[in-house]
Design a protein around this ligand. Structure first.
Ligand SMILES: [Zn+2]
Ligand SMILES: [Zn+2]
Length: 345
């Protein structure tokens, strides 16, 4: 099969690779669409420790091609999306319903070969696949397996956004635009902040009532003014010191800051936060990681009903060899919306 292989930091090549063998209780999927994610960019950039060579790709949809004995919920020909929060089902977190925090995680594109390829062997299929209804096309559906589920769990399960609340989202890339769309669907009033005018235009299409270009306008002051004293919830979708701290400072008293973005090499996992403001305003800082597969039962109907709109953020369908250019644009904060690999030759 053809696959895009990460052979070292910032070293990508399209190669002929052996077709994957199905794992026990697993399936093989023919990939129809795989979204290019900022996490892939982090790995390409060397921000994460990775073993090379690696086939990345963790937001993909496809059709089941081969099924191993013991798989009961899926059959050949089924349309599926693969949540990146794969799990083993045996640890205490899995047994508590928190399979996204599994102690032995099964991440596509990290612990097993991922979606920048014609085929992927997904292990433990019954727990690590979600059926994709006919109403959701493969290209739009790819976003559900990472950016949408990440924002959905963060906003719904962790920050518990309520109708009428002000939500500010720092960073209008993949996760940020998904967060805007979901917060708006929950009935929140949403403000999007970014430095790229194309991202801000998309933020409006995804449901933001207001957008702020932080290169032109100090965003914290703008959010405090627009929301009449501060947002109820801030989201840092980027993981930069600036966006994290600005998010915290944009909150009203008792506000909740949702941290979804992870840091780059520069910050290496540590960001200083305005701790006195957090005390005086009784702020809460909430982390969020992926989403357990079973929570798709709450998200998929909202997509089918048209309340969530992953299709609106698809910029372009691309080939495997075009992925590197998308990464280079991410470094420059250029290129709005989602780029989705749909051609694998
Ligand atoms: Zn991702
Ligand atoms: Zn587990």
């Amino acid at each position: 099969m053809k696959a895009l292989v990460l052979e070292g930091i910032q070293q990508l090549a399209v190669r002929n690779m052996p077709d994957p063998e199905p794992a026990a209780l697993g399936v093989v999927i023919r990939v129809k669409a795989n979204g290019v994610c900022r996490s892939d960019w982090h790995a390409w950039n060397g921000d994460f420790k990775r073993e090379f060579p690696l086939i990345m790709g963790h937001e993909f949809t496809g059709v089941i091609e081969e099924v191993m004995p013991g798989v009961t919920r899926f059959k050949k020909g089924d349309r599926v999306v693969v949540p990146f929060s794969g799990s083993d089902g045996t640890c205490v977190h899995c047994q508590a319903g928190l399979s996204h925090l599994c102690d032995n995680p099964l991440y596509p594109g990290k612990t097993y070969s991922g979606g920048y390829a014609e085929y992927v062997a997904v292990p433990l299929a019954d727990r690590n696949l979600v059926a994709l209804p006919e109403e959701i096309d493969f290209t739009a559906g790819a976003a559900l397996g990472c950016r949408f589920m990440t924002s959905f769990h963060g906003l719904v399960d962790r920050a518990k956004v309520q109708p009428g609340e002000w939500v500010v989202v720092y960073g209008c890339g993949g996760v940020g635009l998904s967060a805007i769309n979901i917060a708006a669907a929950l009935g929140a009033r949403v403000i999007g902040v970014d430095i790229n005018p194309d991202n801000l235009a998309l933020a409006r299409q995804m449901g933001a009532l207001h957008v702020v270009n932080s290169l032109e306008t100090p965003p914290v002051e703008a959010v405090l003014q627009i929301s009449g004293g501060g947002a109820h919830v801030s989201v840092d979708a980027l993981g930069l010191a600036q966006t994290c701290v600005d998010g915290l400072l944009s909150l009203r008293k008792t506000g909740r800051h949702l941290q979804i973005g992870i840091t780059t090499k520069k910050d290496a996992g540590h960001i200083s936060v305005p701790i006195d403001a957090m005390v005086y305003k009784e702020l809460t800082l909430v982390g969020s990681l992926g989403m357990a597969a079973h929570r798709f039962e709450a998200m998929i109907p909202m997509v089918v009903q048209g309340r969530l709109n992953p299709e609106r953020m698809v910029n372009r369908e691309i080939t495997l060899s075009e992925v590197e250019g998308v990464f280079e644009n991410m470094t420059k904060s250029a290129g709005a919306g989602a780029f989705v690999v749909t051609q694998f030759q």
